[in-house]
Design a binder for this molecule. Structure first.
Ligand code: ADP
Length: 233
């Protein structure tokens, strides 16, 4: 019986390694093939060579993002240090890199009244908020609004991330937190980036600081509301 946690952790690790290598193999094979085909072509023109190089650089960039995300997931599961901080601070930090992406789609981010003190890790909280905002923008049509709302309660404070996007079937509300799970491969790849790791990372960061992340409600008509539940001291 005392062996069980160790066995479980080892099995989790080996599943992680096989998932990760599977995800890496396809883009690596594609890269190799593109380069081999170009190299075999003795009449390769400079313009064609440039195209191969551009493709190669774009793929390598994606692979670097993927490996960075995987390393983030593989890091130790030691708990994170907690302090009192204002959610507004974490939100400001999370929003900054999202603003240009949102502007491109004419999506406005409304973070009106979100001042509230919570007890968690400020940097990791900002990262969770950024992942949810990134998704909200990615899975919403142009000219919509993403809203942040704070609901303070006695023992915890909820931060809601509300979008007017494509929505998520209720049967997928838990699955989307599994690594590499994506609701619709074709839809996701059309929208660029995305390895199905964002929410898995968000949940892992949450678990290390007593935060809970979940889908509060979602429908194809009205969009999705995610909830980040922060503990109070
Ligand atoms: P990724 O976005 O890279 O595919 P995530 O782990 O961040 O990976 O999300 C998993 C899946 O959950 C996405 O592929 C998408 O189908 C779905 N999803 C996440 N956030 C939203 C959202 N705000 N609206 C609709 N679908 C979403």
């Amino acid at each position: 019986a005392t062996m069980r946690p160790i066995e479980e952790s080892m099995e989790r690790q080996s599943r992680f390694v096989s998932d990760a290598s599977h995800e890496l193999r396809t883009p690596l094979t594609a890269l190799q093939t593109a380069n081999e085909v170009a190299l075999r072509n003795t009449k390769l023109k400079i313009g064609e060579a440039r195209e191969v190089l551009e493709y190669t650089i774009a793929e390598v960039t994606k692979l670097r993002e993927l490996t960075a995300a995987l390393l983030g997931l593989a890091r130790s599961d030691a708990p994170l240090e907690r302090e009192d901080f204002n959610i507004q601070e974490a939100i400001s930090e999370a929003i900054q890199p999202i603003i240009p992406v949102a502007q491109e789609k004419r999506i406005s981010i409304d973070d009106g009244a979100t001042r509230q003190i919570v007890h968690a890790n400020m940097q990791a909280s900002a990262q969770i908020i950024r992942i949810l905002l990134e998704n909200a923008v990615k899975y919403s049509p142009d000219k919509t609004t993403v809203r942040l709302m704070v609901e303070p309660m006695k023992t915890h404070t909820d931060l809601l991330v509300i979008d007017q996007g494509v929505g998520i079937e209720s049967s997928d509300h838990d699955k989307i937190f599994e690594r590499f799970y994506r609701v619709d491969e074709s839809r996701s790849s059309v929208n660029g980036s995305g390895f199905g790791l964002g929410l898995a990372i968000a949940r892992e960061l949450a678990a290390k600081q007593g935060i809970k992340v979940s889908v509060k409600e979602s429908s194809p008509e009205s969009g999705t509301t995610f909830c980040i539940r922060f503990p109070k001291k």
